[in-house]
Each structure stands twice: as structure tokens, then as C-alpha cells.
Design a protein around this ligand. Structure first.
Ligand code: DX5
Ligand code: ZN
Length: 212
């Protein structure tokens, strides 16, 4: 299991040392939640901060855009050279074009589904993405409770992936902890995002290892 701690739950007054700590603690990616106050009722960080994070992180960035007008934000964050940029299917009218645009920038494209969005909606985009990010909480805030029907969604998605794009990864985001990690692994998740579980723990290395 690959682990991507979300810095949304980090101490923002000490962000540099928090990012260094999770990288040294053995995370696989640094998950960055970008919120615009429109697509979700919260506001986080922009490219000025993410650029600094990119410079000190020894692990690749995994940027999760929770925004309207995603194309504008993709271009804004592309210079930070993330490994992945994830865009929500609910927001984008021209998803196929945007996914290709992300790939042409040299970034691995990923599509995100909110809890109410069916995995069936991925039918014609699955061959073009490197990852699907399944939200297991409603996006906007850290520290929420895991929505149980995500497990069934992972299993269904795993079947679609097997026929349409076997290299596509499944990432799960929201309410992940040592309590549900076995269920997530058995269902077929490849990467988990964990914010409050990792940053709320006294020992980041131990928390990451418990998910791995
Ligand atoms: C929610 C974010 C998540 C969040 C996860 O909108 O996308 O990445 O930070 O936080 P936890 O792990 O605390 O649910
Ligand atoms: Zn996220």
C-alpha cells in the first residue's frame, strides 16, 4: 500500500518541517489539497506555498484540485512539477481535453469521484488516466468519518480497470486510518491519503508504517 499524507492536517505555522518529517518518515507522495471556496466550502493554499513545498519535499507531489475552472489551476500548478494532478469529474465539462492537457504537461492525470458519483461515469475516460481518486468523505475538510460504501465502489472500479486500463491506480481519500486499512487493501486500493490519522499521531513513521 502506498501512503500519501495530506498536509491539510499539518501544522501550517511549521509547514516546512512538517513536510520534511513525513518524507523522512517514509511516505510515498505528499498530498496537497487545493480548495477554492467555490467547488468546496473551504479555502487552502495556492502555487506560492506549493512551490516552496515542492522545493523541500523529497517525495513527489500528489495535487488534488477541488476547484471550479480546473484548467486554469492545472496551468497554475504545473510549474511545481507534481507527479499527479487530480481533477473532479463533477466539475469539468471537457474532461477528456483536460486530461490530455495534463499529460501533455508531463504530469500524470487522475480523475476524482465524489462519494455520490458512480464509478460507471468513468467508462469513457478510464483508458486515458493513470489514477482514479475515490473520495471516501465529502471534499472540503480533514478529520471526517469514512463513508462505508466506498469499499463496494473500489471493488467495482477494480473490475472496470482490469478490462479497460490495468495500469490505472486506485487512490482513496478521506477518513483513512489503521481501522479501515485492511478493508481498503482487500477491496483493491493502491494508494491511501491520510491527513488527520498521520498528522494526529505522535510518531509519523509508525503511522505511515501501520497503513503500509
Ligand atoms: C478532503 C481532502 C482530504 C483530507 C483527508 O477534502 O481531500 O485529502 O485532507 O483528511 P483525513 O485523512 O483527515 O480525512
Ligand atoms: Zn485530498
Amino acid at each position: 500500500m502506498l501512503v500519501a499524507p495530506s498536509i491539510l492536517s499539518a501544522d501550517f505555522l511549521d509547514l516546512g518541517s512538517e513536510v520534511r518529517s513525513i518524507c523522512e518518515a517514509g511516505c510515498d507522495y505528499v498530498h496537497i489539497d487545493v480548495m477554492d471556496g467555490h467547488f468546496v466550502p473551504n479555502l487552502t493554499i495556492g502555487p506560492v506555498v506549493v512551490d516552496k513545498v515542492a522545493k523541500i519535499a523529497s517525495k513527489p507531489l500528489d495535487i488534488h484540485l477541488m476547484v471550479e475552472n480546473a484548467t486554469f489551476f492545472v496551468d497554475l500548478f504545473a510549474p511545481c512539477k507534481p507527479e499527479f494532478i487530480s481533477v473532479h469529474i463533477e466539475e469539468e465539462k471537457h474532461l477528456h481535453r483536460l486530461i490530455n492537457h495534463i499529460r501533455n504537461l508531463g504530469i500524470r492525470p487522475s480523475v476524482v469521484l465524489n462519494p455520490h458519483t458512480s464509478e460507471e461515469s468513468l467508462k469513457y475516460i478510464l483508458p486515458d488516466v493513470d489514477m482514479v481518486l475515490l473520495m471516501s468523505v465529502n471534499p472540503g475538510f480533514g478529520g471526517q468519518r469514512f463513508i462505508p460504501n466506498t469499499i463496494e465502489k473500489i471493488q467495482n472500479l477494480k473490475n472496470h480497470i482490469a478490462t479497460k486500463n490495468p495500469h490505472c491506480l486506485i487512490e482513496v481519500d478521506g477518513g483513512v486510518s489503521d481501522k479501515n486499512i485492511d478493508l481498503l487493501k482487500n477491496a483493491g486500493a493502491d494508494i491511501v491519503v491520510a491527513g488527520s490519522y498521520v498528522f494526529g499521531s505522535p510518531d509519523y513513521a509508525k503511522a505511515i508504517a501501520s497503513l503500509r
